[in-house]
Design a protein around this ligand. Structure first.
Ligand code: PAF
Length: 303
């Protein structure tokens, strides 16, 4: 892949309007983002594993709203966050249409490194996500969050973004990344963007591409369960879980992994106020996750 832009012609930090500049070397992108920062531009990063859908497009559009900002989209299927029996090899890849989506949404830079360029020949260091990394998703996917945090720490180190945007669909990932940026003083603000859904409620995910039509129908039970749970918020935590579980149990194609109610930082659920209801299930071998805000107790009562 050849970087193609004014930068590479030695023109310094500028853009050809409507063009996307692709970089695959960390040092090269670090140089470009450093030069941009020097001119007062803010760097906003949208990290992705490619296979861009409307949820990613929304992240890019939000990034574009940062005034004086430059939007960088990273596109890298990170092997370190996949377990040995997971779908790294078959994870959907759609490079050409991804670059086109970035161009349409107005991202200026795309970072698409090879694994070797990003990890080097003999990587030794990973970021430990702490106890939360072994819970919820981490309980079923050992090492997953160490992989996510490590790759995002690399991206932050290379670009030093002012802001990085992530979808709330991967809520636990968002909480851990925010905590990493804060605890390690990385200097990047981490912001979550609400889950983008199909009109029937299904949360957008690159893995939805694996679902046959009957399985897609079954997957709708996840968002329906969250809606039922959120609706029961005024009656308290037990009622929320009971309502959500009731919906999930009606769907025979769905194998539930967990349904949990936590506080918004993923500690134990509060008795009152804001909580997060999180669900993970497998449908025909495809792992799906979703989550929703729930208002518990009197804060959840209708006005
Ligand atoms: O959410 C994702 O797509 C990935 O986990 C991320 C944050 C890009 C890291 O590889």
């Amino acid at each position: 892949m050849t970087p193609k832009s004014a930068y590479d012609a030695g023109a310094g930090p500028g853009f050809t309007p409507g063009e996307v500049t692709v970089h695959e070397q960390p040092a090269e992108l670090a140089k470009v983002t450093r030069a941009l920062r020097g001119t007062g531009r803010k760097i906003t990063l949208v990290p992705t594993m490619g296979s861009l859908h409307e949820g990613h497009r929304e992240l890019i559009r939000r990034a574009r709203r940062v005034s004086g900002g430059v939007t960088v989209v990273s596109n890298f299927v990170n092997p370190l966050q996949f377990g040995p029996d997971e779908d790294f090899e078959r994870y959907p890849r759609s490079w050409e249409s991804d670059v086109e989506a970035c161009r349409q949404e107005g991202a200026e830079l795309v970072f698409a490194p090879s694994t070797e360029a990003l990890y080097g020949p003999d990587p030794q260091i990973t970021v430990n996500p702490g106890p939360l990394g072994d819970q919820l998703e981490g309980a079923s996917r050992p090492g997953h969050f160490a992989g996510v945090l490590t790759v995002v720490a690399k991206l932050f180190g290379i670009m030093r973004p002012d802001l990085a945007l992530f979808g709330e669909k991967d809520y636990q990932q968002l909480v851990l990344l925010r905590r990493m940026a804060h605890e390690l003083h990385l200097g990047t603000a981490v912001q979550g963007i609400p889950v983008v859904r199909e009109s029937d409620g299904l949360a957008l995910s690159s893995r939805n591409a694996y679902l046959a039509s009957e399985q897609r129908g079954a997957a709708l039970a996840l968002s329906a369960a969250l809606a039922a749970g959120a609706h029961a918020g005024a009656s308290g935590a037990d009622a929320v879980l009971e309502a959500a579980r009731g919906v999930l149990e009606t769907e025979p194609l769905l194998e539930l992994d967990y349904l949990e109610l936590r506080d918004t930082e993923l500690g134990p659920a509060p008795a009152e106020g804001e909580a997060r209801l999180l669900v993970a299930a497998t449908v025909g071998g495809t792992r799906l996750i979703d989550n929703a805000l729930v208002l518990l107790g009197s804060s959840g009562a209708p006005e």
